[in-house]
Design a protein around this ligand. Sequence first.
Ligand code: I22
Ligand code: G3H
Length: 927
Amino acid sequence: MGNEAIQKLHALGQSLWYDNIQRRLLENGELARMIAEGLIRGVTSNPTIFHQAIARSHDYDSAIQPMAWAGWSALQIYDQLTVEDIQKAADLFLPVYEATQGEDGYVSLEVAPTLAYDTEGTVAEAKRLWTLVSRPNLMIKIPATAPGVPAIRRAIYEGINVNVTLIFSLERYAQVIDAYLSGLEDRLETGLPIDRIASVASFFVSRVDTKVDRLLEEIIRQEGPDAEQARSLLGKAAIANARLAYAQFLDAFKSERFHALAQHGARVQRPLWASTSTKNPAYSDVLYVEALIGPQTVNTVPPQTLAAFADHGKATLTLSADVNAEKEVISALERLGISMARVTQELEEEGVKAFADAFDALLKTIEERRSVAVAELGPLAHLLPAQIERADHERYVQRLFEADASLWTENAAGQAEIRQRLGWLIAPQKSRPLVSAWFNLAQQIAQEGYRQAVLLGMGGSSLAPEVFASIFGVGQLGQWPGLSLTVLDSTDPDQISAVARDLEWKETLFIVSSKSGTTVEVHALMDYFWTWVKTQGEPNPGRHFVAITDPGTPLAKLAEERGFREVIYGDPHVGGRYSALTVFGLFPATLLGMNIETLLSRADRMFAQSLPTQPAGRNPGLVLGVLLGVAAAQGRDKLTFLADPELLPLGAWLEQLVAESSGKEGRGIIPVDLEPEIDPKDYGQDRLFVYFHLSGAKEERASALLAAGHPVITLRLEDVYDLGAEMYRWEVAIAIACAFLRINAFDQPDVEDSKIRARALLAAFQNQGKLPSESPCWEDERVAVFTSQDTGIEGSELAELIEQWISRAEPGDYIAINAYLPRNAQMLERLQALRRRILEMTHCATTLGFGPRFLHSTGQLHKGGPNRGLFIQITREPETDLDIPGQSLRFGTLERAQAMGDFEALKSRGRRVLYLHSKTPFIENIL
Ligand SMILES: O=C(CO)[C@@H](O)[C@H](O)[C@H](O)[C@H](O)COP(=O)(O)O
Ligand SMILES: O=C[C@H](O)COP(=O)(O)O
């Protein structure tokens, strides 16, 4: 296993550590791989490393954002980011630490360099960081300045593992060893154990050559009698100095003094060669590794030196107690007037300054990123910190995870339901063991020759699969080719016909997806396609059907009776719109060929950040949720999605999560998805924009909106698999926003109400052979117009009526186009054009929903949310109609009944509705 040269180096008693840390490596498995392959046995960090990690990447931006919104300072953010990285790295190295009984597997974190000349400050900071990180394999780095030396002794006495950094001179190194031994002795005197305390002494190497060579070059340039001697000493000082240090180490740790400590389990303080990348390109790029190999040492190398050594390094023993030649190098330098005392003193001062400068630059970078994040909030910025603090004080996150339903409602029945509906919090973990069974089933289906899948489902049972199908496409980013997936969530006969027309029945699998197993649309569609498959001559239609439903539902029973090839059960503790990361989202995703492990690992990452153990400002879902709540309370309740093109489909899933969870009791947040764009200054003051960023295509638009004074938050996705994290974040955020607004996030009373009304209309239809009708307030040969109240609109032209009606919209209102029409590109274009006209005319937020799909989504908000909606409902006579098998009913009638049921429900809530029914299939006649 691993690399031969590195293995040999380890066999010679030297441990290679990695002088680098970067969040990406911690998250993408790279560091774990390097550890597993035995390449590295520890990690060191310093302010320069963190500066580079944070300033030269966007890895940390998403973590900075909520902390900035919560009002944290740059220093607090620095602390949090570094501690997180160090903890994560320490956890990855823990197995090494344990396997080597505490010899290796350490991760070092440096105290702020501003404390380098402050003994008390350093001790206090070392104690604080030790407690904060709280990992046995942590080392706290303390600079070996004169005031640093007593701090080392005190830290060791406190039981802290110490990496002493910035050692250049042999004199200082002697003091460092003494401080270590004294610290251990202090502990022994007070009866404290010393066997688990570890320390390394970081002796800096290459910088010595950089400085001494410069002095030698000066002598060479003068071409005097010493020039030749100076030339012969180039590139020698650093190694000589380090080898002398090694000899000093050997002496010190074979002393009586150490022997006494060793009897109580004390470990040696290993020398650690730091600053070992080659700075002078004329020298070998592995010079400071190859020349310093010996037992009981560590060499910490940056990425380029590790790569070079792994590629062409030679591991032979190059350190020994015999240092005559090295002493001669130092004497020769002294003879040339180069004082090692001066050189190393300057290096120490410059080293402290360089770290302090890097630290300042790092804080400046964090400050810049912090300000950018705060600026995103625009007028909401000053309101957020106090509200996040309040949410923290009221233990929102703890109560969420404890299933304390009083967070949302005092209503006992509501509370009972909520307690049954919080299973989504652990969905990523609960789904993981099921992934392989889903994968095997999907493989088997594909092997049998199935190429396409049609998912029959509504709302929570269809929207996540639709997002995955639209964003990932078939097998594009997955682990195997997968099937194509079409989602059918409509009772529109033309839309159903269009889907059926494109199907190759032998290659088609139907996924009947319904959590409750009672949803009328799903049953009608299932019966339609069941008959369709049978009609094609399939003797065993069950082969073509899989059901996803909760245990014990009518659908589960029917699927068993009909001999579906599989019934996959959902988790009854997860409600429909929160089920994306359960089988309802994940089995269709598996069929698409997506890598579910990757998706879930991203969700896990967000889960870890959402736990009650996280500080409030570091919890992305909590902070976003409070922001949504604050915004809505301020009248910025139109949550408007902006997305780079690859992420556009996500909005449909969010729309349901936001609207159906929050739109109740006259309150709620209005999601606005896929709205045509207008001049940023023409929007009202009721918007909060959310920009989902991947390629950056919409960056300019986001900046323009921000410049016009609207809050525009940017959520960055690294790649499309981050949808796993985003879905989890938004589920938490919506639960929190609803808690903030005191809304039960887990029921949907008005969706039920519309369903009841549609059922009553259908019963009337069965009795009377037609749907009950009411008189239009206006009609001609093309269209009949109905309104919710006597609106007084009048005119001889339909366009005039519509315009009059729309012009009633006031700032803060929204206009919803609810179209019971086939959802296809042509229709979408037409309706989006209407939407644009309305938007340009009113400057009010607009939404577009296709019925009956939206009834399972924004439908709840329309009736239950704030009475700020103006609804334009559109139906038409279908081009062709289709029988629903086994019922004396056609899809066109069902669709119409659903529209009428919704119209009634809206009216009963006093909503403003304009209902246009096209008497022909040609909608262009009326729009
Ligand atoms: O001190 C330790 C490890 O204990 C290292 O992280 C140390 O800071 C680095 O090796 C040096 O700062 C790198 O220095 P250089 O290669 O830039 O001269
Ligand atoms: O969001 C859920 C829809 O109303 C469909 O419900 P279902 O999964 O029980 O069929």
